[in-house]
Ligand binder design. Sequence first.
Ligand code: C2O
Ligand code: CU
Length: 547
Amino acid sequence: AFANHYHFIVKEASFERLCKSKEILTVNGKFPGPTLYAHKGSTLIVDVYNKGKYNLTIHWHGVKQPRNPWSDGPEYITQCPIQPGSKFRQKIVLSDEEGTIWWHAHSAWARATVHGAIVVYPKPGTSYSFPKPHAEIPIILGEWWKDSVVEVLKEFTASGGQPRNSDAFMINGQPGDFYPCSKHGTFKLEIKSGKTYLLRILNAAMNEILFFAIAKHKLTVVGTDGSYTKPLTRDYIAISPGQTLDCLFKANQEPNFYYMAARAYTNGTNVQFDNTTTTAIVKYEGNYLISSPLSLPYLPSYGNTPAAVDFSGNLRSLASKHHPISVPLKVKTRLVSTVSINLLPCPINGTNVTTCQGPNGTRLSASMNNISFLTPTYNILEAYYYHIKGVFGTEFPSFPPYVFNYTADILPLELELPEFGTQVKVLEYNTTVELVLQGTNLVTGLDHPMHLHGYNFYVVGWGLGNFNEKQDPQNYNLVDPPRRNTVAIPRNGWIAIRFRADNPGVWIMHCHIERHLTWGMQTVFIVKNGHRPEQRIFSPPQDMPPC
Ligand code: C2O
Ligand code: CU
């Protein structure tokens, strides 16, 4: 049995990386934060104490929280923030998640350092879909700025342009030996010849999809986003911010030291990283001569969309007797939403953009369905529950989807100028929904890892170019599509996802690339209560943080 009650003391602590120490926000003084362990179907209580200087919320990423949006966490969506000196008790209701998911701050950019893994074991008496590995190791991929993340965000929102690139990527909180002053701390994993290991990999980086591999060893994916997959064996994996991948690897090479490495995958034409490769060491036990120098595993180069989709597009749900899936075969509502980067005139009254560093003196923004989301100052969940007017509108999508060539070089001008708004989509309980997310070539085509709270969804189709409403649905995979909570829309392509709206509540959907989220690439689904008592959201806890 595991502890089911945790205390998260959120506070500043000093950490040194890249030859420089700084104060970062941590949970219990740890970075990365503590791993939570639980069995499928259990409920955890986490008391979150904000002992930091800023408002804060915590989100349990990949936890559906049936009927319990109160503990979901996104700031001003399901709660007002926990103010410095205050406490909030969150209830993490695990239902059908099994595998690796995670938790992170969901306020401003605090999640850069406030994050950790959640390991969900099978129910007692049941087992993994694969033989029990010799050991299981969380691998947390992250990003580090030498300066305070609060400053980086301030500078970013004031500039209207791109944010400052991070100074390092990390594996388990360590940049690895390619970076200055980092050799000593490099994460090392000791393995025994002949044994099999399970890596519980999660991408907690702020702004980058990452490729990951271990030199000379193959990785076999067996799960993603808290669901089992059919085994998929590859030399490298692609993982976007928000996603998790459970990967087995076998210690079947000559005893030696080997690099494991992750590298940023950047599609932006004007984004260049120097230090984009973070390393850790896999080290066989025993006495042997280390052959040096160690070589890095092969990782695809920047902007390699084909390499990323070739990996993700081949993931399949396990869909076995013991781990069945339930893909909606017919859908009641098909929604199509564009997902775009936009340019806006600058400065704009009422925003804190001051220096207009976007292309040609504009400011960059982002939108879904051409609406750039404005975060309200009162949370949507309580506004909905208590019928408080004026917090949100219900106009998403606000117009029928435009029919145009989304990925052409020249696009309708009105699409460059999104509206601002706090618009949600209201769904009746139990509606079967298909959501097609169409990437566009506005400003720049990028991959967008879209994450939905409150649900896992099935990725039934994807493609490059424009979604074709007549043809593409004929090629959907309704048999064993991967079940995920975060899926990357390929650059200039589309993704079709399906889910049954059987979890009443208020659930945000957003791009998990933090700069896009900050620019407004988000929307909200309100799923109404059903008629029966067990189809309604629970009453709010007594200690909801005040607004
Ligand atoms: Cu992992 Cu809304 O987030
Ligand atoms: Cu994005």
